[in-house]
Design a protein around this ligand. Structure first.
Ligand code: NDP
Ligand code: HSE
Length: 403
């Protein structure tokens, strides 16, 4: 019998219990022994819950229990998740997590602790929900120099945008639906403001480039400012509005990452990633572009990645995974203002300032646009160059365009 503990009893933890119950026999065959959740760390009562016999309030008991081989941290947040994870790793237990917030901020430290005690710290569920992306990036694409990772990394915001654009649902109704479906973070501001995607692009950049990409180095813009007018202009251009996280190797050998809503051309596969689905494109110098697509959030989909990590940790208990994630080393992170894009701009500044800043541009028509409002695409340029040209011209909206 292999025994594990769950920290937290929310959407993902319940998904894990469901998958273990449904696929118990199959997992036992794969592991050579049945897999059992011995303890579940909770901080409140769940009256009449069928798992009440497993509930514990004290993490120290889990940590000291020699029967528990692996701990699954699905509480979220930085503390006490960091303290518990570090203690479990130091006690010689494997830790599996879905907690991208903790990973983006302190993942490298925790991997070092895992290295000292020779156990595994596995986190496939932290990016892309059920999509296998971190192992393929680190292992199956290890022959490549990865030049770019770009994707729709947040299921909640993709669900909201899809509902708003395709069904006309309003923002708060779409967010409530995403919460009810178990997609959103405990504090959904993290989804809506782009912070969840920021944490995920950091983890992807950490593995793709082999050094820490701190969240502080990654600008994050969410979807709150996306307006009906922007969506309509995007449609006229043959594009859709999607929230993207991007991490790129720049020509000068540095790397940059950012999160922002984009106009994505309908010829780009990412434009067809709708609802809770996520899509992540990895560009390697040998393979070219690979697209990873699947459910980006939800209890069962995320549990698929968590339970698979548990199986991996227990089956290969003595083989420590090398994630190649170092505290420093090239490429150095720098601001995303150096990333070149075409830009969509919408302004009511008047023709003269637009002409002075951008020369002869072709304006986009929109029957509902108020008089004096102009929208146009710029040639490719960095954000630094764009801002220098825009100066104090008031902008109603600006988006990078991805062809
Ligand atoms: P939930 O909010 O549904 O569940 C979190 C659980 O952890 C709750 O039961 C909460 O207790 C419990 N908890 C929090 N702090 C403590 C503590 N100090 N001691 C004991 N229990 C605690 O979150 P999710 O299950 O959705 O998410 C869990 C993790 O997985 C997060 O890191 C999230 O970012 C990540 N994740 C979630 C996905 C999803 O689709 N939901 C997908 C991928 C990753 P209480 O009920 O009392 O608040
Ligand atoms: N809140 C996250 C999302 C959960 O919506 O993508 C999956 O990480």
């Amino acid at each position: 019998m292999s025994k594990i503990a769950l920290l937290g009893y929310g959407v993902v933890a319940r998904g894990v219990l469901e998958v273990l119950a449904e696929n118990g026999a199959l997992l036992a065959r794969r592991l050579g022994a049945p897999l059992e959740v011995k303890s579940i760390l909770v901080r409140r009562d769940f009256p009449g819950d069928p798992n009440a016999g497993k509930f514990v309030r004290d993490f120290a008991g889990i940590c000291a229990d020699p029967e528990i081989e692996a701990v699954v941290e699905v509480m979220g947040g930085e503390e006490p998740a960091y303290t518990y994870t570090a203690a479990a790793l130091r006690a010689g237990k494997h830790v599996v997590t879905a907690n991208k917030q903790l990973l983006a901020h302190r993942g490298q430290e925790l991997l070092d602790i895992a290295g000292e005690t020779g156990v595994n710290y596995l986190f496939e569920a932290s990016v892309g929900g059920g999509i296998p992306i971190l192992r393929p990036l680190r292992e199956c694409l290890s022959a490549n120099r990865v030049d770019e990772v770009c994707g729709i990394l947040n299921g909640t915001t993709n669900y909201i945008l899809t509902e708003m654009i395709q069904c006309g649902t309003d923002f708060s109704e779409a967010l409530s639906q995403a919460q009810a479906l178990g997609y959103a973070e405990a504090d959904p501001t993290a989804d809506v403001e782009g912070l969840d995607a920021q944490r995920k692009i950091c983890i992807l950049a950490d593995l793709a480039f082999g050094r820490n990409m701190p969240p502080e180095a990654v600008s994050a813009q969410g979807i709150r400012a996306v307006s009906r007018e922007d969506v309509e202009y995007a449609q006229r251009l043959g594009c859709v509005v999607k929230l993207l996280g991007r991490a790129l190797r720049l020509p000068d050998g540095t790397a940059a990452a950012y999160v922002a809503p984009h106009f994505i051309s309908k010829t780009n596969l990412l434009s067809h990633v709708d609802g809770v689905m996520n899509g992540i494109v990895v560009r390697g110098n040998a393979v070219g572009e690979c697209l990873f697509y699947g459910p980006g959030a939800g209890g069962r989909a995320t549990a698929s990645a968590v339970v698979s990590d548990v199986v991996d940790a227990l089956l290969h208990a003595s083989r420590r995974k090398d994630w190649g994630w170092a505290a420093s080393g090239a490429p150095e992170p720098q601001s995303a203002a150096a990333v070149v894009s075409r830009w969509f701009l919408r302004t009511d500044a008047g023709l003269a300032p637009i002409g002075a800043a951008f020369g002869n541009v072709q304006f986009l028509s929109h029957s509902g646009a108020p008089a004096g409002e102009y929208a146009f695409l710029t040639p490719p340029m960095t954000e630094t160059a764009l801002l220098a040209r825009v100066g104090d011209m008031p902008l109603l909206s600006r988006y990078r365009v991805l062809d």
